[in-house]
Ligand binder design. Structure first.
Ligand SMILES: [Fe+2]
Length: 395
């Protein structure tokens, strides 16, 4: 490998033994202007380490698109499709603004911006838990610096289009301010001190590895069915206080009131996705968009004692689906397993969107301007699930 990698600085809250391979800073390379050999090394490093950071980079939207596309040369359109701006009923609508000359690169952030990359004026809205969670942090506690994770997710349309392989996130302008304390508010007392407006990441590999054997067996045998137009479907519903999925209060839009959809375009993905380089399995489920779990029976000759769903199951009760997903995913967002990135302006992060979950965090005032360029591309193929050897190993 010809590139120079350094460890990411972990916060005091992170348990280093869980981050041995997770995250690297790439030194001495401009990611928008590198040789084919360096680009190949960057690709390998991303899949080995899940997150790559480049510091002090000046990057045009064109360079960002080109770098993102290098991971999947046959990909072309933005990960949520080309029509997101007209889908006003989508929960994503207000958060994203396409850069006119490179619409696959989206402007995200907070506050009013003027004359930026061809956009004369745009009001950016930092996604806050207050517009999405069922309960919210009180104004009094917010003034003391308490906040929450917004929504743990994979960047993916999860209808018609395949989940992007990589997301690139470039910090043009980073708001200044004190750390905030992210509260889980789920009865555990868990809290995490985070930099203002951090992006928080967790490893999908760790999410799988920390499961007890009986849930590893379920994970390796399960496929997840997503809603049609999931971000329209979920828009009226409200999330759990950890941002890890939705409360089951029957608020979702009925399927027959969604924009037109067809069964063929509904996404059914394995619960575990295989890393293309390391072959490790990551638990990759967007908990807010899932509707059904399809669990295969145990392979023949596998011990059945203590096994869950030994004969397989098709769980289509939304509350049951969410309860099982939460039981499987919540341990991996424990404070010591979260990497909250402390952004500096001109940081570029590449993350393996098929190997991590991430979320926006925090609360910003309108005058705390945050400007980021984000790019991901609907992939040319669906993710690969566990192999038959994986199923024998883990079931
Ligand atoms: Fe995202």
């Amino acid at each position: 490998m010809t590139i120079n990698l350094a460890l990411l600085p972990l916060p005091a809250s992170a348990e280093p033994s869980h981050f041995l391979t997770f995250g690297r800073e790439v030194k001495d390379i401009h990611p928008g202007n590198c040789t084919p050999e360096q680009l190949e090394d960057i690709k390998q490093a991303l899949y080995q380490h899940e997150i790559l950071l480049f510091r002090d980079v000046v990057l045009t939207p064109e360079q960002q698109l080109s770098l993102t596309k290098a991971f999947d040369p046959d990909s072309e359109i933005y990960g949520h499709g080309a029509k997101l701006e007209t889908e006003t009923s989508s929960i994503l609508h207000s958060a994203l603004h396409a850069i006119p000359r490179v619409p696959q690169v989206q402007l995200i952030g907070n506050g009013m911006i003027h004359n930026h990359e061809g956009l004369s004026n745009a009001r950016l809205n930092h996604s806050t838990h207050k517009t999405f969670h069922k309960t919210v942090v009180s104004l009094e506690d917010e003034a003391k610096g308490f906040t929450r994770f917004y929504r743990w997710h994979i960047d993916a349309a999860l209808y018609d289009l395949s989940p992007p392989k990589v997301t690139t996130l470039y910090a043009v302008r980073v708001p200044k301010g004190p750390n905030q304390t992210c509260r889980y508010d789920d009865g555990t007392g868990d809290e995490l001190v985070v930099p203002l407006a951090t992006t928080a990441f967790v490893s999908g590999q760790t999410m799988f590895q920390q499961l007890p054997p009986e849930l590893k067996s379920v994970a390796v045998r399960t496929k997840v069915k997503y809603a049609p137009h999931p971000y329209v479907w979920m828009a009226p519903a409200r999330a759990k206080p950890t941002g890890l999925g939705i409360e089951s209060d029957d608020l979702e839009s009925p399927f027959d009131q969604l924009p037109p959809w067809v069964e063929d375009k509904i996404k059914i993905h394995p619960m575990l996705w295989q890393n293309p380089v390391t072959r490790m399995l990551s638990f990759q489920v967007h908990p807010s968009c899932a509707t059904e779990l399809i669990i295969s029976p145990l392979p023949t000759n596998t011990a059945r004692e203590r096994a869950l769903y030994p004969d397989g199951a098709h769980i289509d009760d939304l509350k049951e689906v969410r309860n099982l997903l939460y039981r499987m995913q919540r341990p991996a967002i424990a404070p010591n397993l979260v990497y909250p990135h402390k952004w500096n302006e001109k940081d570029l992060i590449l993350f393996h969107n098929r190997g991590v979950l991430h979320t926006v965090v925090g609360t910003l005032r309108p005058d705390q301007v945050r400007v980021y360029h984000q790019c991901n591309l609907a992939a040319s193929e669906d993710p690969t699930g566990p192999t038959s050897e994986d199923i024998i190993q883990w079931a």
